[in-house]
Design a protein. Structure first.
Length: 334
């Protein structure tokens, strides 16, 4: 990689880009939408707006980074501030344009998403409202996927869970340059445990939107219905038919374990670095905790998609995690 490309990869946090498509895919799954052309356009819009936020963030923090992180692209002189600001504006325009092509409902969500990104970077980041603004941006990004079908309300529970995770990570990130705060990573550790416990307990959109993968309840109903219709023809007693149907109705299926497995992966990705930052809130360990929290976004998105019945989409999102980890070994994710 040439020095110029590496500088822009650092500015745009290239490894973090792997955490972006899962927002839209999880939102589409929550709304019962199978990915299509509009979903791809929404993913493109999401990527552009996310990267606009990355460029704008470094432009707004260039004076602070000159003291705390002089190696960053702007204070080190590898990228000009004017170029970063221009890139932020161009990427924002591109993101809104792609959202418009995905449909008016998508643009209706993308516009406040872009406004939230700019407000966070230019005004809210260093205020008490900063973490909440970042959480709102991630939640809106997930709703962008649902908006491609005009079903944002169905995706609100998933957006709330993703927003809660983002709130926790952002709270930790506020002290990553100087460290010294064990309260934020402790709160993030508790939030991660709560979210990991909550994920398998909630029903997704599969039962209401006809996505593949019926819930255990619908599977039981189907077996019961089959037993009732077949009992007269077979001449078997009703009790024997119910007894034969019960084991099949409650037999574990591999797909039923996907959400708990992804929830466990989410917790394992973030928990240990958070715990290390609690025990020793040094800048280095706090930064590692932030990076782990960002990487944990991917299995969280996959779990949200899986609980909505989009198992193939969940596996696709989860596959982005190794790619992000590989890129993070070359370019910092924070």
């Amino acid at each position: 990689m040439s020095p110029r490309l590496r500088a822009w990869a650092e500015l745009l946090r290239l490894p973090a880009l792997c955490t972006v498509p899962g927002d839209v895919l999880a939102g589409a799954a929550a709304a019962g939408v199978r990915p299509g052309r509009r979903t791809l356009l929404a993913v493109g819009a999401s990527v552009c707006l996310y990267e606009a936020g990355m460029a704008l963030n470094d432009w707004a923090d260039r004076a602070e980074d000159a003291v705390d992180r002089p190696h960053r692209p702007l204070p080190s002189g590898r990228v000009r501030p004017a170029a970063a600001l221009t890139a932020a504006g161009a990427l924002t325009a591109a993101g809104l344009g792609l959202a418009a092509r995905a449909g008016r409902p998508a643009l209706t969500v993308a516009a406040p998403l872009a406004a939230t990104v700019w407000a966070y970077d230019l005004a809210l980041k260093h205020t008490p409202a900063g973490p909440a603004a970042m959480a709102a941006a991630r939640a809106l990004d997930l709703l962008l996927g649902a908006a491609t079908a005009g079903r944002t309300r169905a995706a609100l529970p998933s957006a709330a869970l993703l927003g809660a995770h983002t709130l926790a990570v952002t709270a930790v990130s506020r002290t990553e340059a100087r460290g010294g705060n064990a309260v934020a990573p402790l709160a993030a550790l508790a939030a991660t445990a709560l979210l990991a416990h909550r994920l398998p307990a909630a029903r997704g959109a599969a039962a209401t939107h006809g996505l593949p993968g019926p819930t255990p309840a619908t599977g039981t109903a189907a077996h019961a219905t089959t037993a009732r219709t077949r009992t007269p023809a077979a001449g078997a007693p009703a009790a024997r038919a119910r007894h034969a149907a019960a084991p099949a109705a409650f037999a574990p299926r591999p797909a039923d374990a996907l959400v708990p497995a992804l929830a466990a992966l989410y917790a394992l990705t973030a928990a240990r670095p958070y715990a290390h930052a609690v025990l020793n809130p040094s800048p280095q360990l706090t930064q590692r905790a932030v990076g782990a929290g960002i990487r944990a976004t991917v299995p969280l998105q996959a779990a949200l998609a899986a609980r909505s019945g989009a198992r193939a989409g969940a596996l696709l999102v989860a596959a982005l995690a190794p790619l992000g980890a590989r890129l993070a070994r070359k370019v910092s994710i924070t």
